[in-house]
Design a protein around this ligand. Sequence first.
Ligand code: NAD
Length: 316
Amino acid sequence: MRGDVPVVGREARDESRGTSIPMNENVIDGAAIAARVLDEVRAEVDRLKARGITPGLSVVLVGDDPASAVYVRSKESTSRDVGMAGETIRLGAATTQFELLAIVDRLNASDQVHGILVQMPLPRQIDADLVLRRIRPDKDVDGFHPVNVGKLLIGETDGFVPCTPAGIQYMLEVCGVDTRGAECVVIGRSNIVGKPMAALMMQNGAGADATVTICHSRTRDLSAHTRRADILIVAAGRPQMVTAEMVKPGAVVIDVGMNRIPDSTKKSGSRLVGDVDFERVREVASLITPVPGGVGKMTIAMLMRNTVRAAARAAR
Ligand code: NAD
């Protein structure tokens, strides 16, 4: 970033496309940015269809975890909206590892299937790592296969980048955040968010070139790190743990957390909050993502983008 505060008004220019990104004061509208990604995906799906190729995404859901069912439904409906083919395979909670691997093998072998996603978490009797390693790397649109993880780390761009970090990097770029040389602090070291996020931001090139620090549950004096951050990315799964005092004035704050907390004023008895105390931190930050309506929307959009890329590569 140039100095402490990025110059962003009510609208940020997306120079690569010559258009502007809608924003409510300093709140990044993840839904609007995701909608734009999906428009691009739809156009690419149409181009591929004109060549006789219909991109196909297969999602496998094992068991009856309610949150997973919600995520899967939304992946299913978005892929349909952008014109892709595909199916959701719903399996019982007692499915064996052998049965699941046989399904992955069938999807790996199918010409109609360009992207495969096995929804996590899996029931206890199934080794999730084994399943993730069984998916062909060129169909691994979640980007979790060790081949894709390795490609991300060494800076090879022909792999698949995990959808949440890819979506965050995209948001930063279209909002005009200058990442080069910026202090980027990531809270969380999971394989699906924290580690790939850090790997992306430390790469050489546009949208990256940051100086990255990863914090985690064993970090001493978390605030000392977060207060240095020009870009603070929080993926800890701890409701509203980042307070205004932990944020440097003018920082860009990206909240990945999705936590349900009790709220007796809601019909459901609960509400969704992020890992950041949004109302207080937005007064300090130059830019911030809300929950919901921020990172979550980008994650699904990037899954669609990865799938259409997989189809385009298969067609070459
Ligand atoms: P995880 O539980 O696998 O990892 C959490 C990480 O946070 C760990 O590495 C841990 O060391 C760190 N951590 C926990 N408490 C901490 C503390 N007090 N101080 C410092 N570090 C701490 O979680 P995950 O899968 O990475 O997900 C993180 C959050 O992001 C969850 O709320 C999850 O629901 C959400 N999520 C959202 C999306 C999306 O699309 N919006 C996608 C993935 C995950």
